[in-house]
Design a protein around this ligand. Sequence first.
Ligand code: AHR
Length: 515
Amino acid sequence: MKIYLTLIFLIANFSLFAQTENKLIIHLDEGSVKINKHIYGHFSEHLGRCIYGGIWVGKDSDIPNVDGYRKDVLEALKAISIPNLRWPGGCFADEYHWMDGIGNYENRPKMVNTHWGGVTEDNSFGTHEFLNYCKLVGTEPYICGNVGSGTIEEMADWVEYINFDGESPMSNLRKENGEENAWNVQYWGVGNENWGCGGNMSPEYYADLYKRYATYCRNYGENKLFKIAGGANTADYNWTEVLMKKIPLQLMDGISLHYYTVTKTWADKGSATDFNEVDYITTLRKAGFMDELIRKHATIMDKYDPNKKVALVVDEWGTWHNVEPGTNPGFLYQQNSLRDAFVAGITLNIFNNHAERVKIANLAQTVNVLQALVLTNEESLILTPTYHVFNMYKVHQNSTLLPHYLKSEKYELNEEKIDAISVSCSKSDDGTVNISLVNAHPGKTIQLLTQLEGENIPSKVSAQILTANSIQSYNTFENPEEVAVKSFKDFELKKGKLEINLPAKSVVVLQISSQ
Ligand code: AHR
């Protein structure tokens, strides 16, 4: 009788689960791929107020600083454990000559930053300033070399200057400039967007050039370089095909991909804050296109590299809106709303779910530029909704990706249709299960039935939520907490079944542990 009743109970429960519109099954014991922490990387270019005013204010500034670095920005970046920081560009990298940025400030030559507003770059922030900043932040540097207008010798010398500890012309120069020990920088990009601002090259020409540059970027001591080829723009699959075919695998550790979420057109991208619901769903649908891009580029890579030795490095991604009214169009300063937070949440879920191939990614950009983590105004700073997503999602860094099955209802408007829910799941080394969810539906709480499958189901849940009054909500210097993280309690876990009431327009991260 008892067995019979249990059976009826199980069948009833199973069919309830099967009929449910929104359900998630997570296999707790089946993970095999680590989510590389470098997926949570950032990008700081000599562009607008990212470096100057954002990261670096100089030692004599009235703005509180540590050796010239803004203190508030430094603290904000440390708090979210950023794993790597890409520098000096972007397009700027292919016109940057690193020797202009070393030695006494007074003697450093000036240049015109032709890409970004035609402003004069005084080179006061150079190699030493960047690498010392990375040490302070506790992040790994990712340097992009100049292929577009530089020489092979110039890049090889830069690697020697930074990484060689013995007696050599470049290491002696570094020591003369005050740095005794090599920095041992591992991550090196060989040019940037060489199909465009980095030289307008064909993939065949770039692949040949890459081989020459990569050959002369040497490993020094124990430090093995991780060399990243300048990869495709969005859906230019031919670029990936040619590079994978022509460049021997032992010469390349990564190949990059750049994709920006632009709501309307490149000529009029749309406002960061003044948008309607159609713009909103379009933005999120376009952010979701990252999944298709990764799948298609990865399929090409699999053909030449079935063992997945070469990483797909999405070293520029994020929203690109119109600049804020009244600001320099060349400075790419934009606000950041709850919508941007969802782009971040959805994209990071996609990266996690492709952790087998995507090993590094960099949001564009860290401070005051594009989808920034923080915005500054003179001595004030605000954290953007995107910052909060990175803070909530940091639990995934170096965790094991957990396979899952998701059934999500659709969120539809006019011609647009997307999954209302986006998810990724991981297990930390201490056994904690991390689930990051986005409910993109602007008006509907979604009940998500989650089944945890495994030997030992942990039972203690804690959770955080990011939401706000509207999808257009954003933080201002006057009201910096309009979009903020709060604790979340609307869930119930019983015998491996986790019922979550996901509020409309929210990002939720749950952590389930044994104690
Ligand atoms: O992130 C801004 C610019 O976008 C970068 O400099 C360039 O690589 C891309 O086109």
